[in-house]
Design a protein around this ligand. Structure first.
Ligand SMILES: [Fe+2]
Length: 398
């Protein structure tokens, strides 16, 4: 715990020192009026080095072949990795601003004007980097939000009243989501009273060397009376998902790959249907949504219209199809709730909302019979969250 607080503080001090040296060096240029091309290139290179100072040893470490899965579980590695990620991102941003600068220069620039613009572009990129990194430090220190909801679904008898499903999604266990954070999340989950736990995909970020950490996380969770069920998401399918599925099975999680289970509660039952995520190979055979439709048909062979169904499916856009399949409730993830929201109010204007018709919270199908809940996720591959905290969902039957 002490280490996970100390490391980012040391990192911020290192950034500050390197940036201070950089600006001191740049001050020398300010006294000179005309710059040679070589000096300008040198300035750019130094800026890049200043922006990703911690990335340099990381790159050396990564490419030196001494990369082992053991240290990647720790928090300090995560802080290290994120600095690299944001450094590269801010450099892209800088490149974009420099592109704009080229246009401005053509239109009206003098060398002095260009130089000033250059300074602003550097400053803007540095501020972006610091903003992202501080946001990461803050969100890493925060607990997930436990959002509680009640639903009334006419097809479910009154005996279901009080039945509780705990829904989590998009853990993205990998370099950005470290073991200290996962340990805290596990503790939060264990404090929730629920009949079952469901996990709607993107459990691992992509690197199967993190499978032991997946196993550690799920083994820390308590046993829910009606079990723990998981499905795959797109990130789980980047590499072959077998190590992940094995780790889940060994920690008592039932992985549903186009399969269903009957869930019995107080003399009644519903079918929990878990849909797999199409692999890249299957993507080539048809569109993702077509493949998912086939998966659903395959998973529900033998079920009738009257059977109650709760579907776990990673990609929420499939709700266009699932709402016409006599399904009462669909639980999804994938969008991470957009990660960036202008306000904490439900479904405020988010960029992700422009591309995903169902991106956060509740949606009702056109016929009014089906419900969809899109979980905001616990992890991410780009660790920035604004007004969109990590989420643990509890859905209780009225
Ligand atoms: Fe995801």
């Amino acid at each position: 715990m002490t280490r996970s607080i100390l490391f980012p503080i040391v990192m911020v001090l290192v950034f500050s020192l390197v940036l201070f040296l950089f600006w001191q060096w740049r001050a020398r240029f300010r006294r000179i009026r005309i710059f040679t091309k070589r000096e300008l290139i040198a300035s750019d290179l130094l800026f890049a080095a200043a922006l990703v100072p911690v990335a340099m040893p990381f790159l050396f470490y990564f490419f030196s072949g001494r990369f082992h899965p053991i240290p990647v579980f720790s928090a300090w590695y995560s802080f290290f990795y994120v600095a690299f990620l944001f450094g590269i991102f801010s450099l892209f941003f800088y490149g974009l601003l420099r592109g704009v600068m080229g246009v401005v220069r053509r239109l009206r620039g003098t060398r002095t004007y260009v130089y000033r613009f250059r300074n602003s572009a550097e400053m803007a990129s540095l501020l972006l980097f610091l903003f992202l990194y501080v946001n990461f430090l803050i969100t890493q220190g925060q607990d997930a939000e436990i959002s509680e909801h009640t639903v009334s679904i006419p097809q479910f008898e009154t005996s279901w009243s009080g039945f509780r499903i705990l829904h989590i999604s998009d853990l993205h266990i990998g370099p950005v989501v470290h073991r200290d954070y996962l340990h805290r999340i596990a503790r939060q989950i264990n404090e929730v009273n629920a009949d079952m736990l469901v996990v709607t995909g993107d459990i691992i970020d992509h690197d199967m060397r993190y499978a032991p950490l997946v196993q550690k996380f799920f083994s820390e969770l308590k046993k829910f009376p009606l079990g723990t069920y998981a499905i795959m998401g797109n990130h789980d399918m980047i590499e072959s998902p077998e190590p992940l599925q094995k780790a889940l099975a060994q920690s008592g999680v039932t992985v549903l790959l186009n399969q269903m289970r009957s869930i019995e509660y107080k003399g009644s039952s519903f079918f929990l249907v878990g849909l797999d995520y199409p692999s890249l190979r299957e993507h080539m055979l048809g569109s993702r949504s077509e493949v998912t439709q086939n998966y659903f048909r395959r998973a529900t062979v033998g079920l009738s219209k009257k059977d109650k169904k709760v579907v776990l499916n990673h990609h929420p856009t499939d709700f266009y199809f699932l709402q016409s399949q006599d399904v009462q409730l669909v639980l999804s993830g994938h969008t991470h709730g957009g990660q960036l929201e202008f306000s904490r109010r439900h479904n405020s204007l988010s960029l992700v909302g422009l591309f995903h018709p169902f991106y956060k919270g509740w949606y009702r199908g056109k016929s009014g019979e089906s419900l969809l809940y899109v979980n905001s996720g616990l992890g991410h591959w780009f660790p920035v969250r604004i007004n969109c905290p990590a989420e643990i969902t509890v859905i209780e039957w009225k």
